[in-house]
Design a protein around this ligand. Structure first.
Ligand code: UDP
Length: 459
C-alpha cells in the first residue's frame, strides 16, 4: 500500500455501525479498544444518524467520524414508508457510498486496511473484498442467538416453529418461547427476519467473525462456532471506566440518542441505601402495551422498593394517570446514564427487556436481573439469564402475554429480600469478575483483540 514515510505504519480500520443505539454502542467501544492498541479508526454510520446525535458527543478524542448514505439523509428510517422499503434503498445506496468512502480514504493517503461491519449490513463484506481489504462482521447479539439464526439460514429450523423443544449445538434445550421472536411469531416481522438470516449469506468470505460476547459466558457454542468460522469473542464492550482497569485515553463513554437526566438520577441515587433501588428500563426501542405499562407501574409500587424507571417520551402517555408523583419512592426519567446507574451501590436489581447490551452491562456490573423480554433476541437472552447464568428471574407471563403486577412484585421481593435472591446475587458477583477478567490483560477477549490487531498490522 501507500506507506506514509514519516510515521510508523499503523493499521487503519473502518468500523461501520447500523444506525441504532444498541448497535453503535458495542461497535464504538470495540473501536476504542482497537484505537487504544494503536489502530487508526474511522467510525462510520449514516448521514442522518450522525445528524440526529448532538455534535458535541461526536468530538471523540482520537476517532474520525465519517458517514455513508442509507438513501434517507433527511429523515432516516422514518422517511421511508416501511422498513422493507428503507432496507431496499439502504442496500442499494449503502454499498456505493461505502465504496466511495474507501476510495476517498485511499486518495487522502490514509487507506483503510480493514472493514469491521455490523453483521446486519452484510454487503459491507462484498465492498471490503472488492477493495482488497480484510473484512470482519461484528455480531452485536449473543452467540446463542446467532447459532439459531445460522440454523434457520441453513433451513434447519422451520418457521413457523413446530417442534416443542429445540436442541442446537452448544445450547441448552430451548422451547419456542425461548427462540427469537422473529421465528416464534414468524409472519409479524418477515423483513427483520430476513435481515438477521442474511447475516450468514456471505460469511464464508469473512477473514474474522467478531462477537460481542464473552467466551466464559457461552463456551460451548463459541467452541462450536470456532470450528466453522474464524470467530473471536471480544466483549463485554463496556467502557473501561466502568471496569477494573480504565484505559488512559477512555474519557467519553458513549454516544447517546437521547438526553440523559444525569444529575437528577445520580443525586437521587446518592442518598439511597445500598442495594435498595430497582432500576427499570426497556432500552431504546421496545414499546409496551398500555395494559403492560399499568401492571408494571403498580407492581413496582407494590414492591415497596425505591425505583428508578426510564420511560422514553414516546412511552410516557401510557403511564397510568396520576402515577408520576404519586410515590415518593419513585423517580421516572425519559433516559438515564445506564452504566453509571448500574454501577451505583444503591441499585439492587434491574428490571430489563434483556437487550443484549443491557444484559452484558448488567452481567459486567454484577446486577441481578428481572427478565421481561419483549421481542427479537430478548427471549433467548432471558432464558440464559435465568437458567444458564442464573443471575435473574423471569416473572410469569399470562395467556394474554402480560406480566401481572403480582408477578413483578413477587420477583422484586425474591431478588431483593429472599434466600433464593442471595444465590442469584452471588452468581451476579461471580459473572461480574468473569466478564471483567475477559477484557483485562491476558483475558480471553483481550487476547483475541490483541491477535486481531497483530494480524492486521502484518497483513
Ligand atoms: N441505555 C442508556 N440509558 C437508558 C436506557 C438504555 O444509556 O436510559 C443504553 C444501555 O446502556 C444500552 C443501550 O442503551 O447500552 C440499549 O441497548 P440494548 O441492547 O440493551 O437494547 P435496545 O435499545 O437495542 O433494545
Amino acid at each position: 500500500g501507500m506507506e506514509n514515510q514519516t510515521t510508523p505504519s499503523s493499521a487503519h480500520c473502518v468500523v461501520l455501525a447500523y444506525p441504532a443505539q444498541g448497535h453503535l454502542n458495542p461497535l464504538l467501544q470495540f473501536a476504542k479498544r482497537l484505537n487504544h492498541r494503536g489502530v487508526k479508526i474511522t467510525l462510520v454510520s449514516t448521514h442522518f444518524f450522525w445528524k440526529s446525535i448532538s455534535t458535541k458527543q461526536l468530538s471523540l478524542s482520537s476517532l474520525t467520524i465519517e458517514s455513508i448514505s442509507d438513501g434517507y439523509d433527511d429523515a432516516g428510517q422514518e422517511g421511508a414508508e416501511s422498513l422493507k422499503v428503507y432496507l431496499e434503498k439502504f442496500w442499494e445506496v449503502g454499498p456505493q457510498t461505502l465504496n466511495q468512502l474507501l476510495h476517498k480514504l485511499a486518495e487522502s493517503g490514509c487507506p483503510a486496511d480493514c472493514v469491521v461491519y455490523d453483521s446486519f449490513l452484510p454487503w459491507a463484506l462484498d465492498v471490503a473484498k472488492d477493495n482488497g481489504l480484510v473484512g470482519a462482521p461484528f455480531l452485536t447479539q449473543s452467540c446463542a442467538v446467532n447459532d439459531i439464526y445460522f440454523h434457520a439460514h441453513k433451513g434447519l429450523i422451520k418457521v413457523p416453529l413446530s417442534e416443542e423443544k429445540y436442541l442446537l449445538p452448544g445450547l441448552v434445550e430451548l422451547e419456542p418461547c425461548d427462540m427469537p421472536s422473529f421465528i416464534s411469531v414468524y409472519g409479524s416481522y418477515p423483513v427483520v427476519w430476513q435481515l438477521v438470516v442474511d447475516t450468514f449469506a456471505n460469511i464464508g468470505k469473512a477473514d474474522w467473525v467478531l462477537s460481542n460476547s464473552v467466551y466464559e459466558l457461552e463456551e460451548e457454542v463459541v467452541d462450536w462456532m470456532m470450528k466453522i468460522w474464524p470467530l473471536r469473542t471480544i466483549g463485554p464492550t463496556v467502557p473501561s471506566m466502568f471496569l477494573d482497569k480504565r484505559l488512559e485515553d477512555d474519557k467519553d463513554y458513549g454516544i447517546s440518542m437521547f438526553n440523559p437526566n444525569n444529575e437528577t438520577c445520580m443525586k437521587w441515587l446518592n442518598v439511597k441505601p445500598k442495594a435498595s433501588v430497582v432500576y427499570v428500563s426497556f432500552g431504546s426501542l421496545a414499546a409496551l402495551s398500555e395494559e403492560q405499562m399499568e401492571e408494571l407501574a403498580w407492581g413496582l409500587k407494590d414492591s415497596n422498593s425505591h425505583f428508578l424507571w426510564v420511560v422514553r417520551s414516546s412511552e410516557e402517555a401510557k403511564l397510568p394517570k396520576g402515577f408520576v408523583g404519586s410515590s415518593e419512592k419513585a423517580l421516572v426519567v425519559s433516559w438515564c446514564p445506564q452504566l453509571e446507574v448500574l454501577s451505583h451501590d444503591a441499585v439492587g436489581c434491574f428490571v430489563t427487556h434483556c437487550g443484549w447490551n443491557s444484559t452484558l452491562e448488567a452481567l459486567s456490573l454484577g446486577v441481578p436481573l428481572i427478565a421481561m423480554p419483549q421481542w427479537t433476541d430478548q427471549g433467548t437472552n432471558a432464558k440464559h439469564i435465568v437458567d444458564v447464568w442464573k443471575t435473574g428471574l423471569k416473572p410469569l407471563v399470562d395467556e394474554k402475554g402480560i406480566v401481572r403486577r403480582e408477578a413483578i412484585e413477587h420477583c422484586i421481593r425474591e431478588i431483593m429480600e429472599s434466600e433464593r435472591g442471595k444465590e442469584i446475587r452471588n452468581n451476579a458477583v461471580k459473572w461480574r469478575s468473569l466478564a471483567r477478567n475477559a477484557v483485562d490483560d491476558g483475558g480471553s477477549s483481550d487476547k483475541n483483540i490483541e491477535e486481531f490487531v497483530a494480524k492486521l498490522k502484518h497483513s
